[in-house]
Design a protein around this ligand. Structure first.
Ligand SMILES: [Fe+2]
Ligand SMILES: [Fe+2]
Length: 198
């Protein structure tokens, strides 16, 4: 079995459905970015697959907690030590507060970020704001707008910046329409409160 297939199986076996789906989308973005930005494609793909493996230990500090898990997995596969080191650095540097340096690190950071933008960002992140009491339902749209702008401004690669422009256009239209509809229905935010019941 190829190392890529083994990594994908490992992720599917050990992570929750939501994180698996996010991971597979990050892999798709990462491969697209690698085509234009360069970098070692195998390192990029494995780093994308393993970047959130720390979720096995919970969300908090998952970039760091994923390091020993990924290292152990790659060691057991007999994977090249130099390349494994590059993958580990991608995992550490995917934390939003980190500053990625190499092409591979930038691609993983940007791919992870792209999955928080656009239509998917709205349906993935909006409900989480309410569910985890980060803001009130009536503040979700403003909070999302601010988050999208902040994240898009931090992208590192030209290819990801180009993708994010398409997302931004969509988001602007979405929020404009949302404002219009919320006014029509007298600012009824019940649909966001329903998230709390899930
Ligand atoms: Fe992450
Ligand atoms: Fe992620």
């Amino acid at each position: 079995m190829s190392i890529i297939k083994s990594a994908e199986d490992y992720v599917r076996k050990n992570l929750d459905k939501e994180v698996i789906e996010h991971t597979l989308r990050v892999r798709n973005y990462a491969l697209k970015l690698a085509e234009e930005e360069g970098g070692d494609k195998e390192v990029v793909e494995l780093a994308a697959l393993l970047h959130d493996i720390g979720y096995m230990k919970g969300f908090r500090d998952h970039a760091r907690s994923g390091v020993p898990i990924a290292r152990d997995f790659l060691n057991k596969q007999g994977y090249d030590v130099m390349k494994a080191g590059k993958i580990i650095n991608c995992i550490i540097k995917h934390d939003a507060k980190e500053n990625p340096q190499t092409a591979e690190e930038k691609i993983i950071w940007d791919s992870d970020c792209l999955d928080r933008l656009g239509a998917l960002g709205i349906i993935r992140i909006g409900p989480k704001f309410v569910k985890h009491d980060i803001c009130k339902p009536e503040e979700v749209a403003e909070k999302l707008k601010a988050m999208f702008e902040a994240h898009a401004a931090k992208l590192h690669t030209e290819t990801a910046k180009r993708f994010s422009k398409e997302f931004t256009g969509f988001q602007q239209k979405f929020f404009k329409e949302l404002d219009k509809q919320l006014n029509i229905i007298d600012n009824n935010f019940d649909f966001f409160y329903k998230v709390k019941e899930v």
